[in-house]
Ligand binder design. Sequence first.
Ligand code: AMP
Length: 590
Amino acid sequence: MQIETFEASGLSPEILKALKEIGFEQPTPIQAQTLPHLLSGNQQDLVALAQTGTGKTAAFGLPLVELADPSSKSVQGLVLCPTRELCIQISKDLQSFSKYKKGLNVLPVYGGASITPQIKDLKQGAQLVIGTPGRVIDLMKRKALDIRDISWLVLDEADEMLNMGFKDDLDTILTGASEEKQTLLFSATMPKEIAMISSNYMNNALEISVSKKNTTSSNVNHVFYMVQAKDRYLALKRIADLQPDIYGIIFCRTRRECKEVSEKLMHDGYNADALHGDLSQVQRDYVMNRFRIRNIQLLVATDVAARGLDVNELTHVINYNLPDEAEVYVHRSGRTGRAGNKGTSVSIIHSREMGKIRIIEKKGNFKFERLQVPNGKEICEKQLFSLIDKVEQVSVDGDEIEEFMDVIYKKLSWLERDELIKKFVSIEFNRFLEYYKDAPDLNKNVKEKRERDSSFSDRGDRNGSKGGRRGSNGYKKYSRYFINLGEKNSLNPAKLIGLINKQFRNEKIPVGNIEIMKSFSFFEIDSEFSTSFPESFSNLSYQGIPVNVEPANAKPSGRDSRGGGGGRSRSGNGEGFRKKKFGNSKRKWD
Ligand code: AMP
């Protein structure tokens, strides 16, 4: 059963009043499923596949505040969650739901803070306790927290609790709690360890899941940049430099990576800091607070540490490394594009990670766009115009500055207007010009165009080779491909070249031998572009047909349907044949 309004769920008027004040008008899909089940008094356990952002806190929180009995002071519901921040967040949410329910106490208990006041608070009585597993066990051992009679046990972000090594603690709590309790398990992912908890500790649980669509906001734009693994950090800097007003989280896989990246960014003058598990609670609070008030523009964080950080205005989420699980990507990207804002989820990948991109696309039900890492010129332009905008918009405190103006006018009076503007702007701009004047192209496989287009990148090619697209004998090396389109699809060489260029965002890839067959074709492209080449076509349709491009043998000896053949091909190194046949000689590469 699902409900469409909170009124239909059976929530009491005092809870409905609070919801109205908070601004919840309609149940989210997960709430529409959990509320009728839990509020009807049905004791069946529940396993819910749900991520942050789906409204899961209210999905279990509303029934708990509704059903808890304020006339008894003993603990009736225990919610376990992985971090202190989440613990506080959940408590605040439950407290606001129960604002008009007299006598109901919701108490957060978590590690990293003195246990004594928590023991005192527990003694005074709390019907609902929200805790991190370690601290809960501690309190149980000290006999300050008794869970032998609880009615509800909620495991929130169960997968994260397991990731953080709370497995044993969870076992202890699950076995120590009342036999009669109803267990509610919420998890963003369902690894087999979660299934084990469900089968070991829960009875015939009702399973619900909310579709990904609710978590992948259409306000999020998913993009990736493909670079060599060693250039990841440089690419990150360029991405940040291209967005002067960026406000985002950079996700790293490990604490170590998190530290390294944040230290480098800080060293390089960025407004950044790190959030990871090695920090003390005081340090974490300090960093989070600075990020919330935007004293920090870029927060470098691990997934776990970033939990509980609820910021709605992030412009970007950056995946410095793609996570191993697609769900985690969806979760990360859901941190931007919130509350009606637009956001961008950026991933920096290397050429062997296209498979991961495809898996994420499938799971998340969205498409990525490949972007080219900006070159120095593009970044300098962007920074320059941002600076000009700021100059235009800055408010001038007339009184304060007035007393200095005479001296300033005198000192600068020898400068012409033009000269003066240039100098002011250069104070900031020179920094970028200087840094990017020797900047190499970081894009995997698209070196030449940048070199030709940008005076900034000419000098910066690490290999020092401006003519690097030729093989050692002066000829380009070509790779040969099969494509499932041919004459019958009205494909001709010009259309094929157009198709290839389009996939590379008009980078004008050198094309070699082209053989158009009846229902398929072969073509060659400069080998330097070949690494990510077939993947670039994986989402393309041509006249309604999904395009399939696959590597084909370089020197065919017989024909088959998959590129083994091609008796007509004469291509050895491709160059000679290319000129002779579909020479493409007008292209600017030749
Ligand atoms: P959660 O998944 O519990 O972290 O919730 C994500 C966000 O959605 C929080 O900011 C909640 O305040 C908000 N939210 C939860 N339920 C609703 C609702 N029914 N209507 C509007 N906002 C909601």
